[in-house]
Design a protein. Structure first.
Length: 359
């Protein structure tokens, strides 16, 4: 085991970080504390894991908390793969004003989902930039906007190519044997889901991304702790599941299933026509999937909803890991920075217009 790996693995972890059952867990359910029932209340908060940190969103603000490396950790260059930053927590808070508030037509069901996703991507990329910059030595130049633009466009191109176009292309190779549009899109859904799960399984083995997944778990546990109405402490947050119904991982799986129902009526087309349809249909599929994840978040106690969301919840086992107390402290710092400036639960209906968040 290298030094960087041991520095991460030897940090303290709670003995039972998921003292509450994972949501929708298979097998006999253990008796849950009252907090588990209270955690079922949805709240207008969300977040995202970043490099050595967490971004949290409220109704009018979003904040990024990042643990910075100690100066001596950067003497020989950037942190090694999987090495934990050991310095102080740095927090930045930004105001948030959704474009959905300014245009009524954007708030229509399905439309609002795609617009909300674009807004979330904008905040998410900014949060990633802040977190990456925080891991650099103080005298290093700021990461240029051009470099970030290239990275963002490259990431989007990879995602569309790998998860949208490649499955269609592979399924087209056997379209003559399938015979119907429904069969084609069902096979395509299996192919895309297999690629997606395989991709997550591979990247989860990377030391750096494993730490990001630990911060992802910290983000979920902190949100659940807030939704339960408990004081935000690492001890309280660690009692909750690292899985959350409004997670983007579950959202991605719903997108793939939704695509079957949207595209199957088109029948079997030429491969280039199907790829064009895929690209054109992205906003519609995202919008429908968004409504599904939004409903699930606010009806998580419903048995049918739990059954439908169960596969997506289990998929989060790949994109989250149990965090340690230091990582929970970072997630709590981000949430507390938002709560110091607003009370999301006390927001009026007018303030909640256009507020669509994922966990």
């Amino acid at each position: 085991m290298d030094a960087s790996a041991s520095s991460s693995s030897t940090r303290s972890r709670p003995a039972d970080p998921t003292g509450l059952d994972d949501p929708f867990a298979a097998g006999p359910a253990r008796r849950r504390p009252q907090a588990a029932h209270e955690a079922g209340r949805d709240a207008p908060v969300g977040g995202q894991a970043v490099v050595e940190g967490v971004m949290m969103r409220g109704v009018r603000h979003w904040a990024v908390a990042v643990r910075k490396p100690l100066p001596e950790q950067l003497e020989d260059g950037p942190l090694a793969d999987g090495e934990a930053a050991l310095g102080e927590i740095e927090v930045q808070v930004m105001p948030f004003d959704s474009v959905l508030k300014r245009h009524r037509w954007m708030r229509l069901p399905i439309v609002r989902g795609f617009i909300a996703l674009l807004g979330s991507l904008k905040i998410g990329f900014k949060a990633l930039q802040i977190a990456a910059q925080a891991q650099q030595p103080e005298d290093d130049p700021e990461i240029s906007k051009g470099s970030w633009a290239v990275a963002i466009l490259g990431g989007l191109a990879l995602a569309i190519g790998l998860f949208v176009l490649t499955p269609v292309g592979l399924t087209s190779l056997i379209k003559e044997q399938l015979g119907s549009g429904v069969a084609f899109w069902m096979v395509e859904a299996v192919v895309s889901t297999t690629i997606f799960v395989g991709y997550l399984s591979l990247i989860s083995r990377l030391p750096d991304l494993r730490r990001v997944f630990e911060y992802h778990g910290a983000e979920h546990q902190t949100i659940s702790c807030y939704e339960a109405g408990l004081p935000l402490t690492p001890e309280n947050a660690s009692r909750f599941s690292r899985l959350h119904p409004r997670c983007g991982t579950s959202f991605m799986l719903i997108v793939m299933v939704t695509a079957v129902f949207v595209y199957s009526p088109l029948g079997i087309l030429e491969w280039w026509q199907m790829m064009c349809a895929r690209l054109v249909g992205i906003p519609l599929i995202i919008g429908i999937s968004f409504e599904a994840i939004k409903y699930a978040g606010s009806h998580r106690g419903n048995r049918l909803v739990r059954a439908i969301m169960w596969p997506g919840m289990q998929l989060q086992l790949l994109t989250t890991r149990d965090p340690d107390h230091e990582q929970l402290e970072v997630a709590i710092a981000a949430m507390q920075a938002v709560l110091d400036r607003e009370d999301p639960r006390a927001a009026t209906q007018r303030e909640l217009v256009g507020i669509e968040v994922a966990a």
